[in-house]
Design a protein around this ligand. Sequence first.
Ligand code: AVI
Length: 320
Amino acid sequence: MHKNLIKVKKFEPEKEDILHEVMEGFSKHQKELPCKLFYDKEGSALFDQICELDEYYPTRTEIGIMENNIDRICGTLGEECLLIELGSGSSVKIRLLLENLVKPAGYVPIDISEEHLLESVRTLAGDYPNLRIMPVYADYTQHFNLPEFNFPYSRKVVYYPGSTIGNFPPDSARAFLRRTAEWAGRGSGLLIGVDLVKDVETLERAYNDGKGITAAFNLNMLRRLNREIDSDFNLDSWKHRALYDTNENRIEMHLESLRNQEVRVNGTSFSFGKGETILTEYSYKYTTQAFEELVSDSYKVERIWTDKDNKFSIQYLTAV
Ligand code: AVI
């Protein structure tokens, strides 16, 4: 291991945990699976491909906003900040920060995919030999322990790009941000990417790409379950579906059953009717006002940067 990798915290998502979540999700009227199950090795690689798609505007738009405002963003974060990234797949974005921040005190990437985490950290460690890097392998939506930071830093700044906050329903997003503000502490910063409400066509195209990568990403969750929790989903019997709900301001991703079928999950049988769906993901879109309201009990919005078409925003908040 590279000398500047200080510590790796281990975290194993157990078969029992996944099974429990699947059983719980399948006991609901609208059957559902948690979107965090997308990100095994294949799912993470498919997500990287999604980010490159013409139709998937969020990644390039967010990078564009960063490039256009990098001095202002880094000026806002200030000198010697300790950067803690939740979900550390975004090497382009983190590099923009690391290259432009003044004397960053350290970088703490936290990710649920161990391979993805260590791969990106190994490359970063080679490129930034003087940077303290402390990877934490964890499900950051659950309770986890941070390493001890026994070196000076001006303030913690949690970095949460990609509008992943949109994958939580609003109540869970609020609770998650409250916990984040608590563990990072009063006065800590949150630099966060937030996808904005826009026309339905642009949104639905972004989740129904022509190459079928998003469909493969969605279906890969069933392949993962077959491998990890002893289920027998027939992938040919399921179809990707993504629609925008204008009342809720969210994309809903589903897997639709193409026929009446029985699926066995670890010895328990579940029936699916033709056309019945499993909800796999919400992706909420916000207006800047709605997002300010969402965070208001734990954070104050200090700065907002957007692109010229107001598709996406990067916001800097401080914990109150
Ligand atoms: C990770 N997250 C912000 C993505 C999104 O846009 O909600 C996940 C995704 N699902 C389908 N395409 C991308």
